[in-house]
Design a binder for this molecule. Structure first.
Ligand code: AHG
Ligand code: MN
Ligand code: MN
Length: 320
């Protein structure tokens, strides 16, 4: 059992040693993400001072207004992931198409990432994050990205909040590491994370309630009589991290205007579902388990309902 305070690099190497056939490639892949996140964290912490707040003139393939910090985070993720040599290809929320790094030809993995999640919160100093999802390369084409979420090799996120926490899973439990800025190391702070079986918090943007399917609306309303609290930050990373720790449900449903909801499968729903399910929770699109969805495009959107197993099961009894 890893000790509290163990640094992330040692934890990754200890995990690798459990697999005699491991080549060290995944360890190198994870440490590349760790390095990128430390640089992104340093930019986020002083965003207000270095004139990197605000928007660029661009919108991304999903139609989102691109913030300056989105671009900086995206460039950093591309650089560290490419330099690691472990990834044959990478896909990003901020790129229309995948990138095949020059020195990644022999890379065993592909990675999809949201370089900065919750961008609308950057200018108001509310927690934001980075989300990543790693799959095995299959044939070196875009099909490598169109694998179901249950085939992920690793997934996780970094939340730039009151402290910076990296949470990830390789399919055998979920562990959280808090950045100690005085030494620049992520130290094990949340070993073997488990989501409560049931919670008392629901997290959803109720401004869209008038557009939800009526059974869903009735179920969400029932939380009020049951004494649930509503917490909604508008950064998926923050809302999911709180749900993982305190339990309850996070939802971004489809509605009459957005038939597939807003959140993207490859680099938001699927990695978060992998973390939540490996912590004992459940994630669904309402029609099927999130991790069983076979993607048909890189920026595909899906409805998201994830959190405590009992809360999700109750919801599915109503909308499933
Ligand atoms: P991103 O900043 O990467 O585009 O993601 C924003 C997403 C997600 O973080 C959050 O849950 C959702 O947008 C909030 O959307 P609404 O403002 O429509 O509630
Ligand atoms: Mn996002
Ligand atoms: Mn984003």
């Amino acid at each position: 059992m890893a000790q509290l305070g163990m640094d992330l690099n040692r934890f990754i190497l200890e995990e690798e040693r459990k697999y005699p056939s491991a080549t060290g490639s995944l360890s190198l892949a994870l440490t590349a993400i760790e390095s990128a996140s430390k640089i992104i964290e340093s930019k986020v912490r002083k965003a207000g001072l270095s004139n990197i707040l605000g928007t660029t003139d661009n919108t991304n393939v999903s139609g989102d207004q691109v913030q300056k910090l989105d671009v900086i985070a995206n460039d950093l993720m591309i650089r560290y992931i490419s330099d690691s040599g472990q990834f044959h290809a990478l896909a990003s929320e901020e790129l229309d198409d995948p990138v095949f790094p020059e020195n990644g030809r022999d890379g065993k993995y592909v990675i999809s990432f949201d370089p900065l999640d919750g961008s609308s919160n950057i200018n108001v100093n509310v927690s934001i994050g980075t989300i990543f999802s790693i799959h095995k390369k299959i044939d070196g084409t875009v099909n490598d990205f169109l694998q179901e979420g249950h085939k992920q090799v690793a997934a996780g996120y970094i939340i730039y909040g009151s402290s910076t926490v990296l949470v990830y899973t390789t399919g055998n439990g979920v562990n959280g590491f808090t950045l100690d800025p005085s030494v620049g190391m992520f130290l094990l702070s949340h070993p073997d994370m488990k989501i409560p079986e049931k919670g008392k918090i629901y997290s959803i943007n109720e401004a869209y309630a008038h557009k939800w399917e009526k059974n869903l609306k009735a179920h969400i309303d029932s939380y009020k009589e049951k004494g649930y609290s509503l917490r909604y930050i508008g950064s998926m990373v923050s809302d999911v991290h709180r749900t993982l720790i305190k339990g309850g449900i996070f939802a971004y449903p489809a509605d009459s205007k957005n038939k597939s909801g807003k959140l993207r499968l490859l680099y938001e729903a699927s990695p978060m579902a992998f973390v939540i399910e490996n912590a004992g929770g459940r994630s669904t699109t309402g029609a099927e388990d999130t991790l069983n969805v076979k993607p048909d495009s890189i920026h595909q959107r899906v409805p998201v309902f994830l959190g405590s197993r009992e809360d999700i099961n109750e919801l599915l009894n109503v909308i499933g």
